[in-house]
Design a protein around this ligand. Structure first.
Ligand code: NAD
Length: 489
């Protein structure tokens, strides 16, 4: 295949839908089709459906790439990471266009916030390794030092929601630590990962330091995580997939982190800014609710339920569904017909079980993938819509009368990724913030992130923590070097 055949043109942007291995594009024998959720009749690309042999080649490339990349000095590594961040910044418009067509997130959010975060991820980790000083101390006549050694090839597996940002969040610390990477993006939104490979190529990484393997999770994803030459696995996706990956990681004794689903509470106390809370609650419908951190269970103090509902309904009514490329649009479609059917299944079962559908509960157009913002008042806290992650524009509403009850409801699912609390009391903010069992709790805000903070989930929302030094430690083998002081001169 020549170079032209290895790329496809999408709205004037050249994108390769194939693998990137050892610095070169490699097409697989078979392909799968990727369509746009904005218009399901539109085929975007035929993407490589890679097999075990391709997975093997990619790991072989990463083994060789690791030798070169891990031998770069820290300052040289930092320089290349910065160059990559600059290339991402220079290409935000192109990446946003492709990501928007591929998975339908709002173009304005992509352009202004989500894609630039990709560049920030690389800069943040470049800075962290540049500033890192080895911990050292003296004790019992010995000099001690903690050394971070790059661990080896890392497999990074990502989901289809915000795929570019989530990939960079995981790839940046792996590369900054000196590991080589094989990225396997989700088959429903694979294109921006291929673009990342182009920028990495241009930034000056050695061949094999970064590789992309396209294909289905159950096929090539499973082959990658089973390869014993892989020394780290960093996964974001569903708990069900994490169980498969965990088994493969255990077989090879490979550390793995898992950032998984959520069922976050959004707790509104009577003393809160009710209007601000209602506005934030209505914002949970954005991106078609396909946000792992979303506050999908509205827990409202009974005394302010009516006021909250009036304002929440009014903000929800202001949403505009439409083409995600239009600046006025606030509601995007579901990623895929199969996913939308899954969301519809949850709502139908809730209806049949006697949960009350307060509003929504249907598509805007039966032929298209936009689902109406939906609010359900469940019959009980055990209702499926309260206990299971829906990953669609579907929220539940429950009331409480005391702090204890709010905390009990907040902590009553198997998940624990995030929580949102609205209160004007600083003492309560601290009490409830500590009591909610979740990896991140926001008080009177949502999605403000400090990249040095630990990120991950309690319960079935994850294993391990990513962010700042937590990620760099994960991607390193930590060594204690101890020298008996009187024995050397
Ligand atoms: P998924 O688990 O179906 O797929 C995730 C990735 O795993 C895909 O790339 C897929 O191809 C791959 N995969 C599937 N089976 C595999 C296997 N056997 N071996 C190796 N890889 C395999 O998840 P999804 O539907 O793409 O994403 C949605 C889920 O991700 C939701 O649960 C959401 O909450 C979660 N998520 C979590 C976070 C977080 O930071 N905690 C962020 C975004 C999404």
């Amino acid at each position: 295949m020549n170079k032209a055949e290895l790329t496809t043109n999408i709205d004037g942007i050249s994108v390769s839908p194939h693998n990137f291995i050892n610095g070169r594009r490699v097409a697989s024998k078979d392909c799968f089709e990727v369509r746009s959720p904005l218009d399901w009749t539109r085929k975007l690309a035929e993407v490589s459906r890679s097999d075990e042999a391709i997975a093997h080649d990619a790991v072989s490339a990463a083994v060789e790439g690791f030798k070169h990349w891990s031998s770069f000095s820290t300052s040289r590594r930092v320089e290349v990471l910065y160059r990559l961040a600059d290339l991402i910044d220079a290409n935000v418009a192109k990446i946003s266009t492709i990501e928007c067509l591929d998975m339908a997130m709002l173009h304005e959010s992509l352009r202004l916030r989500v894609i630039p975060r990709g560049a920030l991820n690389f800069r943040a980790y470049a800075d962290l390794v540049a500033e890192h000083t080895e911990r050292s101390w003296h004790s019992k006549g010995t000099a001690n030092r903690v050394i971070r050694d790059a661990a080896g090839p890392a497999v990074v597996i990502t989901p289809w929601n915000a795929p570019f940002m989530l990939a960079t969040w995981k790839v940046a610390p792996a590369l900054a630590a000196g590991n080589s990477v094989i990225l396997k993006p989700a088959e429903w939104a694979p294109l921006s990962a291929s673009m990342l490979a182009d920028f990495i190529n241009e930034a000056g990484f050695p061949e094999g330091a970064f590789n992309v393997v396209q294909g289905l999770g159950s096929e090539v994803g499973a082959s990658l995580v089973a390869d014993p030459r892989v020394r780290r696995i960093s996964f974001t996706g569903s708990p069900a997939t994490a169980q498969h990956i965990g088994v493969a990681a255990a077989r090879n004794i490979v550390p793995f982190t898992a950032e998984l689903g959520g069922k976050g509470p959004l707790i509104v106390f009577a003393d809160a800014d009710i209007d601000g809370a209602a506005k934030k609650a209505a914002a949970q419908f954005e991106d078609s609710g396909q946000v792992c951190l979303a506050g999908t269970r509205l827990l409202v103090e009974r005394a302010v339920k009516q006021e909250f509902m009036d304002r929440f309904s009014s903000y929800t009514d202001q949403h505009v569904f439409g083409d995600s490329r239009e600046p006025a649009t606030t509601l995007s479609p579901a990623i895929h017909p199969i996913h939308l059917e899954r969301v519809e299944g949850f709502v139908e079962r809730a209806r049949q079980a006697g949960d009350k559908i307060i509003f929504g509960g249907a598509r805007y157009d039966p032929e298209k993938l936009w689902y109406k913002p939906t609010l359900i008042e469940p019959k009980s806290n055990q209702s499926e819509v309260v206990q299971k992650e829906i990953f669609g524009p579907v929220l539940t509403l429950q009331t409480f009368d005391s702090e204890e009850q709010a905390v009990e409801l907040a902590n009553s699912t198997a998940y624990g990724l995030s929580g949102i609390v609205y209160t004007s009391s600083s003492a309560r903010a601290s009490r409830i913030g500590r009591a909610v069992r979740a990896g991140t709790v926001w008080v009177n805000s949502f999605l403000i992130r400090d990249l040095s903070a630990p990120f991950g989930g309690y319960g079935i929302s994850g294993i391990g923590r990513e962010g700042g030094d937590y990620s760099l430690d994960f991607h390193s083998d930590l060594k204690t070097l101890q020298i008996l002081e009187d024995s050397v001169s």
